[in-house]
Each structure stands twice: as structure tokens, then as C-alpha cells.
Write a protein that binds this ligand. Structure first.
Ligand code: KG4
Ligand code: ZN
Length: 351
């Protein structure tokens, strides 16, 4: 079984082909960083136009790399949401057109489910598992019980953790994209204990997150310091990492207890999403998992940030369960993994 997947929900235009033996036959990602850098962030209109411009060529490239013809593909999957709607429409319409022209099944994939199921593509992780989903648009703890079966244990009440990385990087004058630049800056710290920042939500009885206060705390230090030296930036970046790490660990530890209560057979902690590319955080989470007797799984860095292999794989998982979508599927700007979870007033679509 071979599935072609398309990802266009944010600023990566991507096409990939995977098979049911967990093989990645092709995985082409075109990052639009240069298009958005002058604006210091993703501009939805620019992103949608770039997807439209590049997607056809990327699909051709993926088929060539996999040495396949479209006729050898069993289904076409595309991110159907959540995300920047202009881009999602480009990907969905392209996938539908290909499916219609070739008489192939179409699968609309939830982008978050793509991140959530990546560990099954890379490491064959069995259900159920506890998932920490940390990206630019989301920060959630979920019990993954099966394809399409998620139970949210916690979510952000304001900013997503990737958003906090990006905004903090901007405050420190590091530019865009913030996450990787902030990680590099922290590695240059000579006095990582110099600044103390609060670890948001630590000790609270739920499993929720909050990051807007942390960003404000960084801003206060920046204002007090006036002109920032390279050392100031590096030490603040390290303090930020420490605070985020403390917060994530505390929240995850609570979630692990809840997960074990509900799933005594559950053995895995999985991290996914762009922020899962952060080595410091991976390290911290891995230690926590070991301490709690869980196996820790984090996808390789290239499959943490947005890509189409995860969309093709989630599409394949759904397709082999007989779950396909009609060509009347409407792209969804908002699409929670656990529809029963309560909305968070200040997190909007992120929750
Ligand atoms: O999953 P993703 O590629 O896109 C969304 O679905 O949001 O995640 C992008 C986010 C950005 O906020 C980016 O700054 C963050 O992931 N990110 C990182 C790192 N690499 C990407 N954050 C921290 N450390 C990194 N190494
Ligand atoms: Zn993502």
C-alpha cells in the first residue's frame, strides 16, 4: 500500500510518499523561510501563493525520487486543517484534483494527527501512548488511544510553546525562525544561571500550559538591560530554556500519572511537533520518561518540523482502516484532535 501526502498548512510546502512497511519512499520539503524572513514571521497570503507556485513541481519531484508513477499510488492524502486556510485550500484542492483525475481515494488529514502518529512511522510505537505535542501553533498533552482517538489531558491557556520560542527570539533580536536560533544562542551561554525566569504553571494540579508570562518576564529583563550584549542574549536564552524545560517536565509528570492510571498497559512517552527538534528539551523529557519507567520516543529532527511524510503516514493509517473522505471535504481552519475537550478562552484555535 502506497500513499502520497501533501502538506501546505503553514510555511512549508511538502510532498512525500510512504508505504505500509513504514518506508519513506520520498520526502520533499521546501521551506519558505526566505519569503517570510523580511516580515519576521509567516504572512498567510505570501504562504498561500508560494504553495500554489511550488506544489506541482514538488509532487513531480517526490514521484521521481520514489521512482513511481501516479498510477502506482493507492491513495492521496493532504492536510485538511488546522492551519492557515489559504495554504490548506491549495493542498486540498490539488489532492482532490489528482484523486478525481485518477479515480483514487482522497484522505483529509488533521495536521496534528500527522505529528501525533509520526512515532508509529519512525518507531512503530503501539497504542496507547502519552503524547506531548509541542509546535508553533499547539502545546498539548494527549492520550493517543488509536487512529482518530485522542483524549486531551492538558493544553495551553494562552501561547503555544513554539510561539513563545519565536516571540522570545524576536525580543532578543535573534530573528526568524526563532526556535532553532534561540537554541543555538543558549548553547553559547557562559553563565546560564545568571537570570531567573518563572517556570509557568509548575505545581498546578492540572496538566495545562501557559507561556505568555514567561515572554513578559524576558521582556522585563531586556528592558532593564537596555542594550543587549551577546553574552546577555545567550544567558537569557539559556534561562528561557531552563524555565520552559521545568514547566514541560512538571506538566508531563502530572500527565504521566493520569495516563498510567487510565492505561496501566501504556509504556510510551512520545514528543512531536517542531519544538521536539530542541535537543535540550528532548534530553530532559527522555530523563523524565526513564525515571517513570516509560520508553521515550522522539522522531528524527527532520520529521519533527512540518513535513509531508507525517501526512502521508496518517493518511495511510486512516486509509487502511477504510477511513477516506469525499471530494466535498471542506478545509478546516480549526480542527481539535479531541473535540470533547473544553475550549480555552485565550488560546483560541490553539487549544
Ligand atoms: O510543527 P511545526 O514545524 O509547525 C507547526 O505546526 O506549528 O513547528 C514550528 C515551531 C516554531 O515555533 C519553531 O520556532 C519551533 O517549532 N522550533 C523549535 C526548534 N525548531 C523548530 N523550537 C525550539 N527549538 C528548536 N530547535
Ligand atoms: Zn506542525
Amino acid at each position: 500500500m502506497i500513499v502520497l501526502g501533501i502538506e501546505t498548512s503553514c510555511d512549508e510546502t511538502a510532498c512525500a510518499i510512504v508505504d505500509d512497511a513504514r518506508g519513506i519512499r520520498a520526502n520533499v520539503v521546501l521551506s519558505q523561510l526566505d519569503e517570510h524572513r523580511p516580515y519576521g514571521g509567516v504572512v498567510p497570503e505570501v504562504a498561500a501563493r508560494a504553495h500554489l507556485h511550488y506544489l506541482d513541481g514538488l509532487i513531480r519531484q517526490a514521484l521521481d525520487e520514489a521512482r513511481l508513477e501516479l498510477g502506482q499510488v493507492d491513495a492521496i492524502a493532504a492536510t485538511g486543517g488546522p492551519g492557515l486556510i489559504g495554504g490548506v485550500i491549495v493542498g486540498v484542492m490539488t489532492a482532490k484534483a489528482m484523486a478525481a483525475a485518477r479515480g483514487l481515494p482522497f484522505v483529509a488529514v488533521n495536521h496534528l494527527e500527522g505529528h501525533a502518529l509520526t512515532a508509529r512511522l519512525t518507531d512503530d510505537v503501539p497504542f496507547p501512548y502519552l503524547l506531548l505535542l509541542v509546535s508553533g501553533g499547539h502545546c498539548q498533552l494527549l492520550e493517543v488511544e488509536g487512529v482518530g482517538q485522542y483524549r486531551r489531558l492538558g493544553t495551553t491557556i494562552d501561547d503555544a510553546v513554539g510561539e513563545a520560542f519565536d516571540k522570545t527570539a524576536k525580543l532578543l533580536g535573534l530573528g526568524y525562525p526563532g526556535g532553532p536560533l534561540l537554541e543555538k544562542a543558549a548553547a553559547r551561554a557562559t553563565n546560564p544561571g545568571r537570570f531567573e525566569l518563572p517556570a509557568p504553571m509548575k505545581g498546578r494540579p492540572d496538566c495545562d500550559f501557559s507561556f505568555s508570562g514567561l515572554k513578559t518576564a524576558v521582556r522585563r529583563h531586556v528592558e532593564q538591560l537596555g542594550t543587549l550584549t551577546e553574552a546577555d542574549v545567550a544567558d537569557l536564552a539559556a534561562a528561557f530554556h531552563h524555565a520552559v524545560g521545568q514547566s514541560l517536565l512538571d506538566r508531563c509528570d502530572r500527565a504521566i500519572k493520569a495516563f498510567k492510571d487510565r492505561h496501566p498497559d501504556g509504556r510510551h512517552l512520545v514528543v512531536a511537533g517542531g519544538v521536539a527538534a530542541n535537543k535540550y528539551l528532548r534530553d530532559q523529557l527522555s530523563k523524565l520518561a526513564t525515571k517513570r519507567g516509560l520508553t521515550f520516543t522522539a522522531p528524527p529532527l527532520s520529521l519533527c518540523t512540518d513535513n509531508a511524510a507525517m501526512i502521508a503516514w496518517a493518511g495511510l493509517e486512516r486509509f487502511r482502516l477504510g477511513q477516506t473522505d469525499g471530494l466535498d471535504f471542506a478545509p478546516r481552519p480549526r480542527w481539535p484532535l479531541d473535540p470533547a475537550a473544553k475550549p480555552m478562552k485565550f488560546a483560541g484555535a490553539k487549544a
